[in-house]
Design a protein around this ligand. Structure first.
Ligand SMILES: CC(C)(COP(=O)(O)OP(=O)(O)OC[C@H]1O[C@@H](n2cnc3c(N)ncnc32)[C@H](O)[C@@H]1OP(=O)(O)O)[C@@H](O)C(=O)NCCC(=O)NCCS
Length: 200
């Protein structure tokens, strides 16, 4: 694939602590509710800070003229009963002001290298089925085996247990609001059996 570089130089590098507010702000502009209506991960400050704290080497930024214009945030995951280790690219974003200049491709290339160095044998991404731009982008980066996942929801406020719990209204033991975000889920549809048969 052709990677273009026009205008000021853009550097891809590991994220640093002071980049985080800029990464978060850019993500706020990109990850809008219409693109991610039911995503099981949420773009919030915790997401960015926790990923940086736990997976610093797979948090990359693209910098142009001292400004963060893109990021790739990933993590390594291992699936139980599988000898495979995955590099999971959780969040990828490029400032629309520099789109189609190869920044996304360079971020993916660099994070792929880091994943490989960390022992990954497969790279995984996910996005909303309606996000055609991202799907086309990922296809252009060599991703395939597209599989769709269906989300269903149930309104728990109509569940008898919900009203009961509300009446009890137990405060959290430490007085702080409970943090509800879950650890990295194993995404659905990860190819497993077939690849596990591949000679290692
Ligand atoms: C998807 C995204 C990361 C692409 O970043 P980018 O820097 O503009 O992409 P690149 O310039 O590296 O594009 C590389 C190739 O991907 C494909 N591509 C990129 N954007 C595309 C689009 N809108 N339509 C079709 N193909 C596209 C093209 O093949 C392109 O090569 P070309 O420009 O030579 O034709 C960026 O648009 C973005 O941040 N989107 C919003 C957030 C998002 O959806 N993130 C992904 C899920 S977490």
């Amino acid at each position: 694939m052709r990677v273009k570089e026009e205008g000021p130089e853009i550097e891809i590098r590991e994220a640093e602590l002071e980049d985080l507010p800029h990464v978060f702000a850019l993500g706020e502009r990109l990850f809008t509710a219409d693109l991610w209506p039911t995503l099981y991960r949420t773009w919030d400050e915790y997401e960015v800070v926790e990923l940086f704290a736990t997976d610093g080497d797979t948090c990359l930024v693209a910098e142009m003229e001292n400004k963060v214009v893109g990021f790739a945030l990933g993590t390594m995951i291992e699936k139980r009963r599988s000898s495979w280790t995955y590099g999971y690219l959780l969040w990828l974003g490029v400032d629309p002001g520099v789109s189609r200049r190869g920044v996304g491709a360079r971020l993916v290339r660099r994070i792929t290298d880091v994943f490989i160095q960390n022992g990954a044998r497969m790279l995984l991404v996910d996005t909303d089925a309606e996000n055609e731009r991202a799907i086309e982008f990922f296809k252009a980066q060599g991703f395939g085996n597209l599989s769709e996942h269906v989300y269903l929801t149930k309104n728990l406020t109509r569940d008898p247990g919900y009203a009961k719990q509300r009446r009890r209204s137990v405060p959290p033991s430490n007085g702080h609001p409970r943090k509800t975000r879950q650890p990295t889920p194993i995404p659905p549809g990860i190819p497993m059996e077939e690849e596990d048969n591949v000679d290692q």
